[in-house]
Ligand binder design. Structure first.
Ligand code: HDD
Length: 727
């Protein structure tokens, strides 16, 4: 039977030396440590918490068959008591999340800029745990609201834990952390009725926005497609603040952190996101889990923007202002390493729920700046864990433990696991031989960057923080046409839900200082008189790196895309099989949807296995749809309202569509735009590709041409220039 080994490798008594090397090709030290805490139940007996074997867990101990129940039934009391106490407070923000383990490895040594141990040697892999999250919704809310996504990474480095607690948007709503409770109260459900859940489209959020113009840059990002990512695997991550690298000589360099997904940045469309909340509220969580289980490991490249301290004032914004980016054209992002997530947690609560991130978890070589948002966070993260995890010993919870030994003079408190022998728990001491001893910088100790600061104690915002519009305009100018269209639609949706007209007017007024055309377009949709002239001049600056249209991923790939093959009895079985084979070979997840689960009878009597019944799925759960030929199959699909809706919605959501033989007519019937496209091309019979609709009317298996063009269309993700669609 499995035994619990509480020490584990690298646990409280771990054998690994401080500063010792991790990973490389060897076993993952975090995994080894977690193994030591893992309790397998296979082949074991049910016991009480005290290890006493239990004979009956279905009937409480009673006086006679009809009771009453006896208080001496210790198993009954233990079972109910534990159950009664199973819940802990959810995170006050970022309550809903999903996590995974993996590793980080640098491309080269960054010793010139930082002494951080995990950024020195490309042969050293550092274990990581990443938790992705939505911000506003509660723990049981859906995965696809319009919201910021959290992207928090714990690096278990050889010099202790480093937490990079970022988001998928590089700026924030407010400049000073003292405003965080106000902002969160405004965006969360309204306090009297607790409505709406996980949604920003309500009066209090937008009231805050119109009264707090520093939110404008962030609101532009929040109304863009960044706020409805297709997958955690297809979103960027950002450290947001300006941090500081410090090298071995003590020289500081400002640094901003960027995660870039290997698969490119891809998003949903809003109608789809709303439907997914009902069809599969676990859409993003499931996607992360399934891809890791399938061995299609999510991967990001870590990049940094480095700014010498001498350039602190070289920008027309303040590096300490978290509502600003450093445009990549001004300071390029230098790729420094990659992160791969390759292991799902074994227990959601133990790992993903109990992981405790803290911005203050830094290691030698990485330090803070005076960004007032960052400074507030340094207080909040530690503080919040005390209530959430019930006391000061949460760092001992397995997922939170460093993989290097820790020795402190902290004692006692709820949930204290460490058994420190001896009489000494203070410093300095002679009773314990002066141990645990203090290390100097030479011994690997963290020494705070000796920044010189002086000033008066005042409550005031710096003049250099006052421009709230320029970068909101920069963002707007950088968008492609379809991104702009989506932003206008998003503002119209959100403000359209706001009941108080003065709030809508207030927001439109601010938008008029971002861009006049934007403000007019929004005003026209929300019953507000459009402004007659611009609130500020838009000088037309743009930054291509901000547009999703330029971040498709390189090389473009169909790997992990979910492709639905629609079929019914009479399907051209060899065409369906060829599609499945080739698309799967290129890494796609191919599912054959039929009118019922089980087998279909193919055209020439072949049996075709159905992956799922069409009635259990919807096109919003797929990235692309393809319909193989077979007269009877396509006729049946054309007569099935679910299949017709499936195709029509995929077309309207700008997804790649493929049709072979009789499948072409089905596509045209379900989505009138398809017929329009094919006529425009005027090449019946051959492979026609227009705006991501790839068709070949000739019956039979897909030709190479068809497959290539269809895969190109899938890799391109969406085709928003398609006629007749709202998206
Ligand atoms: Fe925060 C959680 C990211 C500003 C206070 N935050 C939290 C999480 C992420 C972020 C990803 C979830 C961590 C997890 O998965 O457990 N937060 C950010 C970013 C910010 C930011 C990128 C701006 C740049 N946060 C921010 C401010 C404050 C907080 C200004 C307070 C002054 N954040 C918290 C918190 C949370 C949290 C209340 C809730 C749960 C937790 O910390 O562990 O302390």
């Amino acid at each position: 039977m499995a035994q619990m080994n509480q020490a584990g490798s690298g646990g409280v008594g771990g054998a690994r030396g401080q500063g010792g090397e991790l990973g490389g090709a060897g076993p993952d030290p975090k995994q080894a440590q977690m193994d030591g805490f893992t309790l397998e139940t296979e082949g074991t007996f049910l016991t009480t918490d005290q290890g006493v074997r239990v004979d009956d867990t279905d009937n409480s101990l009673k006086v006679g068959e009809r009771g009453p129940t006896l208080i001496e039934d210790f198993h009954f009391r233990e079972k109910l008591t534990h159950f009664d106490h199973e819940r802990i407070p959810e995170r006050v923000v970022h309550a809903r999340g999903a996590g995974a383990y993996g590793f980080f490895e640098p491309y080269e040594s960054l010793a010139e800029y930082t002494s951080a141990a995990f950024l020195q040697d490309p042969s050293v892999r550092t274990p990581v745990f990443v938790r992705f999250s939505t911000v506003a919704g509660s723990r049981g809310s859906g995965d696809t609201p319009r919201d910021v996504r959290g992207f928090a990474t714990k690096f278990y480095t050889s010099a202790g834990n480093f937490d990079l607690v970022g988001n998928n948007i590089p700026v924030f709503f407010i400049q000073d952390g003292i405003k965080f409770p106000d902002f969160v109260h405004a965006v969360k459900p309204e306090p009297d009725r607790e409505i709406p859940q996980a949604a920003s489209a309500h009066d209090t959020l937008w009231d805050f926005v119109q009264l707090q113009p520093e939110t404008m840059h962030m609101m532009m990002w929040l109304m863009s497609d960044r706020a409805i990512p297709r997958s955690f695997r297809t979103m960027q991550g950002f450290g947001v603040h300006t941090f500081r690298f410090v090298n071995a000589e003590g020289r500081g360099t400002f640094v901003k952190f960027h995660w870039k997904p290997r698969l490119g940045v891809h998003s949903l469309v809003w109608d789809e996101a709303q439907q997914i909340m009902g069809r599969d509220p676990d859409f993003n969580r499931r996607d992360l889990w399934d891809c890791i289980e399938a061995g299609q490991y999510p991967e990001w490249e870590l990049g940094v923007q480095l700014v010498p301290e001498s350039d602190e004032f070289a920008f027309d914004f303040d590096l300490l202002d978290a509502t600003k980016i450093i445009p990549e054209e001004r300071v390029p992002v230098r790729p420094i390493g990659r992160m791969v997530l390759n292991r799902n947690p074994r227990n959601f609560f133990a790992e993903t729920e109990q992981v405790a991130f803290h911005l203050g978890n830094v290691v030698p070589g990485i330090d803070f700046t005076n960004d007032p948002l960052l400074q507030a966070r340094l207080f909040s993260y530690l503080d919040t864990q005390l209530i959430r995890l019930g006391g000061p010993n949460f760092a001992q919870i397995p997922v939170n433990r460093p993989v290097v030994p820790f020795r402190t003079n902290h004692r006692d408190g709820y949930g204290q696991y460490a058994v420190y022998p001896g009489r000494s728990s203070y410093s300095p001491n002679s009773t314990g031989g002066g141990c645990p001893a203090l290390a100097g910088a030479g011994g690997g100790a963290f020494t705070h960057y000796a920044e010189k600061v002086e000033g008066h104690k005042i409550r005031r915002r710096s003049e250099s923080f006052q421009d709230h519009y320029s970068q909101a305009t920069l963002f707007w100018n950088s968008m492609s046409d379809w991104e702009k269209r989506h932003i206008v639609q998003a503002f119209r949706f959100e403000l359209g839900k706001v009941e108080r007209i003065h709030i809508r007017e207030g927001v439109v007024e601010h938008l008029n200082s971002v861009d006049h055309e934007l403000a007019v377009a929004v005003a026209q949709g929300v019953g507000v008189v459009p402004p007659s002239s611009p609130g500020r001049e838009n000088v037309g600056l743009s930054s291509p790196a901000l547009s999703i249209a330029n971040l498709g991923g390189s090389p473009a790939t169909i790997a992990t895309r979910r492709i639905a093959v629609l079929a019914a009895d009479g399907v051209d079985a060899s065409a369906a099989e060829r599609l499945r084979q080739v698309l799967a070979q290129h890494g796609a997840v191919v599912e054959l949807l039929g009118p019922r689960a089980g087998m279909l009878a193919g055209e020439a009597g072949a049996q075709v296995p159905v992956t799922r019944a069409l009635s259990t799925m919807a096109s919003v759960l797929y990235d692309a749809v393809v319909v193989p030929g077979g007269e009877a199959s396509c006729r049946a699909l054309a007569g099935d309202p679910l299949a017709v809706r499936f195709v029509r919605e995929a077309y309207e959501h700008a997804k790649p569509l493929g049709g072979l033989g009789a499948g072409v007519a089905l596509l045209a019937e379900a989505a009138p735009g398809v017929a329009e496209l094919r006529t425009a091309d005027g090449a019946p019979g051959g492979v026609v590709v227009e705006h991501g609709v790839v068709t070949a009317a000739a019956p039979g298996a897909p030709a190479e041409d068809f497959l290539r063009l269809f895969m190109d269309a899938v890799a391109a993700h969406r085709h928003f220039a398609r006629p007749g669609i709202a998206a």
